[in-house]
Design a protein. Structure first.
Length: 436
């Protein structure tokens, strides 16, 4: 049996195990270990199992992940998000669907302070959704907007997915962070525009507010949101200004979040304990998946499957747009049944040779990938943000309503995706991209 045949059998076995609901990390490890044992020998497989995890986890760049997660969970557990939502709620009070648009803006701001879609969704579900439900917003709109806007944590820097993508593709994490700014803002603006149009055409979705603008309240709320610009400028300003690397920025951000929470007297032992516990759980899950992915990368490299797939796809067309559209279709389908991090780590070992063979800029493709993964976060049956929101609300809104509410936002994500594919310059103002 040829190595290529063993490789394809391994891929088929992997999807079979996933269909049986096995953990993605465990499935990747099992298939990789057995595949390498068959192609080489058991001794070589054990050698890879013993060496790869240590060398991967020892990568200094990975320390950014727990630090950004800790920053986000501290911000969520100490109430740093409340002021931003209240300020935007006041500014957009007379706009149709103003509370929903304020939720989008608050999610975007919190995403820039956390880097985690899960943290963003969990935090805003406790703040924004009850407020909208009290204002008689339709439950599907109230929940759909938070579930969808929570995904902005993947695109607006700093982003955990961008850190992982940069490490696995050996691309600059700083450039990826810069690349996500414009697409993140565009996504938020498109969400807000869609909400305004829908609520104008159908006022039953969101009753108009009768509140008037209060200058004194505005000034008071403006002062309450100072943690956001400090945290965002401290992290992103330091990265883009060259004061420290994206890896070091995670530690800076976590430290700043703790200092800000102490200054606001909102950091309790319970909040800190919960933030650390949530960080450990999330980091362990991400690292476990990553170890399985790095083993699968070695297995795929030995099998020759990526090269065969590259030749097959390039034989169809060597046009970059067509190749990206084919990959996008694959991501949309797999995103329905595989979580975002698992999907990215599962597909990159196979797709990277295809992208390199077609001379596709990996920074540009990285932003497209993140956007596709965002869609997967709100696409049933696996859409993680749907269940995070449902759990945070303790079942007060039916899961069906949440899923229904995300439909319009998925359509807007598709529109953003088309813009990013058609106009690469939207993904960045980087010379390396413009040169391609």
């Amino acid at each position: 049996m040829s190595m290529l045949t063993i490789g394809w059998i391994g891929v088929a076995s992997l999807f079979g195990l996933l269909a049986l609901r096995m953990s993605i990390g465990i499935a990747l490890m099992i298939v990789s270990f057995i595949g390498i044992s068959v192609m080489l020998n058991t001794t070589a497989a054990f050698g890879i199992v013993s060496a790869l995890p240590f060398s991967f986890i020892g990568d200094w760049s990975l320390t950014a992940i727990p630090m950004f997660l800790l920053m986000g969970f501290i911000a969520a557990n100490t109430g740093l998000t409340t002021g931003a939502f209240d300020l935007l709620k006041l500014l957009l009070a007379r706009v149709p669907g103003g509370l929903a648009s304020a939720s989008v803006g608050a999610c975007g701001l919190f995403a820039a302070a956390s880097g985690s879609s899960i943290a963003t969704t969990a935090a805003m579900s406790r703040i924004a959704v009850p407020e909208m439900l009290r204002a008689k917003y339709h439950p599907s709109l109230a929940t759909g907007v938070v579930a969808a806007s929570g995904t902005l944590g993947s695109l607006i820097p700093p982003s955990i997915l961008m850190v992982l993508y940069g490490i696995f593709t050996e691309q600059s994490i700083g450039q990826l962070f810069i690349a996500g700014v414009i697409p993140g803002v565009i996504s938020a603006l498109i969400y807000m525009g869609m909400i305004t149009v829908r609520c104008t055409l159908n006022p039953d979705l969101a009753p108009r507010s009768t509140d008037t603008f209060d200058a004194s309240k505005f000034l008071r709320l403006l002062w309450s949101v100072w943690p956001f610009p400090v945290l965002i400028m401290g992290v992103l300003g330091g990265i883009f200004g060259g004061f420290f690397t994206p890896t070091e920025a995670g530690g800076v951000g976590a430290t700043l979040a703790i200092i800000i929470a102490l200054l606001r007297r909102s950091l309790t032992w319970e909040a800190m304990r919960d933030a650390i516990r949530q960080t450990v759980v999330a980091t362990s899950s991400i690292f476990f998946l990553s170890i399985g992915a790095i083993m699968f990368t070695r297995f795929m490299g030995l099998s020759g499957v990526p090269r065969a797939l590259t030749d097959a796809m390039l034989s169809v067309s060597d046009n970059k747009i067509i190749i990206i559209l084919m990959v996008a279709g694959l991501f949309v389908i797999l995103g329905m049944v595989i979580d975002s991090i698992g999907l990215m780590l599962l597909t990159l070992p196979v797709l990277l040779p295809v992208l390199e063979g077609a001379d596709i800029n990996l920074i540009w493709f990285g932003i497209i990938t993140i956007k596709l993964l965002e869609i997967g976060l709100v696409t049933p049956p696996v859409g993680l943000n749907l269940y995070v929101l449902h759990s945070a609300l303790s079942g007060k809104v039916k899961l069906g309503d949440i899923i229904s509410g995300t439909t319009w936002f998925i359509a807007m994500d598709m529109l953003t995706l088309i813009l990013l594919i058609a106009f690469p310059a939207l993904s960045l103002f980087l010379p390396s991209l413009m040169a391609n």
